[in-house]
Design a protein around this ligand. Sequence first.
Ligand SMILES: *[C@@H]1O[C@H](CO)[C@@H](O)[C@H](O)[C@H]1NC(C)=O
Ligand SMILES: *[C@@H]1O[C@H](CO)[C@@H](O)[C@H](O)[C@H]1NC(C)=O
Ligand SMILES: *[C@@H]1O[C@H](CO)[C@@H](O)[C@H](O)[C@H]1NC(C)=O
Ligand SMILES: *[C@@H]1O[C@H](CO)[C@@H](O)[C@H](O)[C@H]1NC(C)=O
Ligand SMILES: *[C@@H]1O[C@H](CO)[C@@H](O)[C@H](O)[C@H]1NC(C)=O
Length: 387
Amino acid sequence: MAEANVQACIFIWIITMATCQKIPVAHVTCIFSMDCVLPCHFKPAGDEVIQWYRQKVLIHSFCNGSDILEQQDENYRGRTSLFQGQLARGNASLLLQHSDIQDKGRYRCHVQTALGHHESDIITKVEAPIRTMKMTSPSGYKAITCSSQDIYPAPQLLWSTDPPAPSGAIKPATRKIANVQGLYSVESMQKRMGNLSDFTYICSLNSYYGTQTWIASLREREIFSVSGKGLTLPCLVPMKLLNFTLTWTLTSAKKSEVILTFHSLTRQISNQWKSQARVDPDQVLSGNGSLWLQNLENTQTGTYSCTFSAFQIQHLVHNHVRLISAQTVTEGGNQSNLWIIAVVIAALALFITGMIAWANRKDDRSQPRRTTEDATEIQHMRTSMAD
Ligand SMILES: *[C@@H]1O[C@H](CO)[C@@H](O)[C@H](O)[C@H]1NC(C)=O
Ligand SMILES: *[C@@H]1O[C@H](CO)[C@@H](O)[C@H](O)[C@H]1NC(C)=O
Ligand SMILES: *[C@@H]1O[C@H](CO)[C@@H](O)[C@H](O)[C@H]1NC(C)=O
Ligand SMILES: *[C@@H]1O[C@H](CO)[C@@H](O)[C@H](O)[C@H]1NC(C)=O
Ligand SMILES: *[C@@H]1O[C@H](CO)[C@@H](O)[C@H](O)[C@H]1NC(C)=O
């Protein structure tokens, strides 16, 4: 019975394929790993025979009220279905589940009804959108990397700086590598120009079809401060943002903690450090997220990171805070000077103890000959010094 159905359906299709006419074309973009609907509409008249093809390969057919899948292409097994409740309304759209990169291409929908037939083509793209983006500065601060994963087709990656770098100075090394599924990972490395804090490095990632633009930026600086004093940690965004979250964190060798967060829409601040840390909401809304810290302690050194995050945008500023003790500052020295002082003092101490030991040995030998006269003379000197 089923065999007979298939025969009848194929026969109908061969007849209709022979008649030539202009075929409408629709464009669809399927999202990688998601379900995708390929549209197809016809004038409903009952007794539909529906066939779906991808580049002349049968991927789904429906005849006499049920799916006929014996001749379906293997790559589509279990992934295709029609919305049967919609057929009476002339909707022969195909649901393609879990789309992958091989699904891109030209599809044809063919419908035969009691009244005639309909054909339409659907050109399908598959896109794996950008979902993450990361900027880092590997140890040594010599370069900045910008990276992302699992994107299709391969995106375009661009670097810029604030302030603008001299022309020709931006020469990144960019790698785009596809995995077994055909998805690209992108990694780009740009050498740091000038000193650590000279530039904000901006990386933008543009999807191939122009549907998305992601932007990330990174700025780093070193800040030297004195223990027990107040300190302002700068954080300025290179572009205006409307709907964003500001987060300040402290990362040290031991741990990472959130200091405060600020939401631009609600203007709500959640501050873990209470009165010890502060931002000015009006300044933050205009792109200045600078953090004011009261009484910086030794336990609070590390990297203070400021993140402005908005839709597909992230601006990151690392302030590497190093403490120098107040004592060192008043002596006007740094660590290496202290070392020299310590060595000199140790040498002096050694010399003095040596001298005392030598003097004692000499005293021991001369003791028997020491006269009371000498002793009174010393006594006299002591009293005169006391005067
Ligand atoms: C459709 O199925 C019915 C029974 O369900 C059968 O009588 C009829 O012959 C079938 N038509 C075709 C074209 O195969
Ligand atoms: C056809 O049916 C599907 C599934 O319900 C739906 O997503 C699609 O929008 C329908 N098309 C039209 C034009 O109604
Ligand atoms: C910046 O780097 C130059 C050498 O490239 C150096 O002479 C200068 O002192 C540095 N400035 C600061 C503020 O570190
Ligand atoms: C940023 O804001 C701080 C106060 O939060 C202020 O001291 C500083 O001057 C501001 N910087 C700029 C560039 O506006
Ligand atoms: C603000 O941004 C968040 C996160 O990107 C988003 O979920 C939210 O819908 C946005 N709100 C408005 C009003 O744009």
